[in-house]
Design a binder for this molecule. Structure first.
Ligand code: NAD
Length: 384
């Protein structure tokens, strides 16, 4: 940055619950958008970093660590005046009177589910950069890929919470008191989160099977020492850009019916299936859950207000069915590993910050393909 220009300031809000309430929309959020190490790097590069007191405490980053890194601590009102707000979630609509025109808000904003907050940003004249819109296949964008960094954490955590809720061992155990069979784990959807879940369940000693409608994922599943489940009735569903396509109703019914025959023989099922911009597909129906053995555990990473991969799962809740199957609605597992998730996220945010500052000034260059893709064009038109 040029030495004479005032530094571009970056504000970090406290998004977890605490006195005065969280600054953003996510109940139970524990992550923070910048961690001290990354804040320090940004300060050395010429940014001014302003952190709301307590912003990192739920992720085990104390205020003193931010100060030691060269950030300034402040009240929420001071942070809200920054040129750029670095967030996990969209700021609460009630904060918009404190925002100013041209202010940049960057985060995993999910505005489709938060129309009120989107309108509030529009009313303030703020510019929203939504990391969920990132063109992930562009190599330049990979350092900014928060969906991938957070899905990785969530996939790891899914295997851990499954093991925690399961009444038996994951590994085979040979002891004087007898031999325990290894847990049988099925991972449905083997993208970023699913592959991490497979790797983690394998490291815990389970026997793991993976399934995806993208046939290209079979080799990745096998390379982790897991078995790939091939369905005969369901079609292959590779869509654009390496993602899955949405199945037709008939295809979905055939897939659910064939999966039902497999799911009941597994002890643990972890589902991660998503189709960008659409409701997550239902892969495990209520009848399939009812056919599972008592003590089985199902972790639904797709669980959200829009519905999930598993009928009967409730976002952020543990449901035990009358048949003794535990359903974990796990829509925000990355927040349960807040230190690792925040560290990775902060690096993604720092990469975006470097892309929007030129010669010491904020510059949302309309010709930059990454910025053009993540900039939400018409905030006032967002509908929930
Ligand atoms: P995602 O979160 O959108 O979906 C998770 C998984 O669910 C995907 O593997 C998808 O195929 C699967 N799925 C969707 N519908 C399904 C159904 N009906 N039945 C079974 N499975 C279903 O995907 P993701 O994890 O973000 O990544 C998807 C792909 O994009 C992967 O190939 C990944 O490697 C690739 N990717 C590439 C980059 C990059 O190039 N930098 C970055 C991230 C992801």
């Amino acid at each position: 940055m040029t030495p004479d220009a005032p530094p571009v300031s970056v504000g970090v809000l406290r998004e977890h619950d605490g006195a005065g309430g969280p600054a953003s929309s996510g109940a139970g959020e524990r992550r923070v958008a910048l961690v001290p190490e990354v804040a320090g790097r940004l300060v050395r590069e010429g940014f001014a970093v302003v952190v709301e007191r307590g912003a990192g405490s739920a992720a085990f980053f104390p205020d003193a660590a931010y100060e030691a890194a060269g950030a300034v601590l402040g009240d929420r009102s001071v942070v809200l005046a920054a040129d750029v707000l670095a967030c996990l979630r969209v700021p609460d609509a009630g904060l918009s009177p404190s925002l100013h025109p041209g202010q940049v808000v960057v985060g995993l904003l999910a505005l489709g589910g938060h129309a009120e907050e989107a309108h509030a940003l529009a009313a303030a004249g703020a510019v929203a950069l939504d990391l969920a819109l990132l063109p992930r296949t562009l190599s330049r964008a990979q350092a900014m890929d928060a969906l991938t960094s957070q899905a990785s954490v969530a996939g790891y955590r899914a295997a851990i919470v499954a093991a925690e809720s399961f009444g038996r061992f994951f590994p085979m155990m040979i002891t004087a008191a007898g031999t325990a069979k290894p847990a049988q784990v099925l991972v449905l959807g083997t993208g970023v989160a699913g592959l991490q879940a497979i790797g983690t369940a394998r490291r815990l000693g389970a026997q793991v099977t993976g399934y995806d409608i993208r046939p290209s994922s079979a080799d990745e599943v096998r390379s982790l020492g897991a078995t790939f489940l091939r369905l005969t009735s369901a079609p292959e569903g590779a869509g654009e850009g390496g993602y899955a396509r949405e199945l037709t109703e008939d295809e979905r019914a055939a897939q659910q019916a064939e999966l039902a025959g497999h799911v009941a023989r597994f002890d643990v099922v972890i589902t991660t299936a998503q189709v960008p911009g659409r409701r997550p597909p239902v892969l495990v129906t209520a009848e399939t859950v009812a056919a599972m053995r008592p003590g089985s555990v199902v972790v639904d990473l797709g669980a959200s207000a829009l519905g999930g991969n598993v009928e009967g799962s409730v976002p952020d809740e543990r449901v035990v069915t009358p048949g003794g199957v535990t359903l974990l609605g796990a829509g925000n597992l990355a927040s349960e590993l807040p230190t690792a998730a925040s560290s990775a996220y902060a690096r993604n945010v720092a990469a975006v910050l470097r892309a929007v500052v030129r010669d010491g000034r904020l510059d949302l260059d309309a010709d930059d393909d990454v910025i053009r893709a993540i900039r939400v064009p018409a905030l006032e038109e967002v509908r929930a």
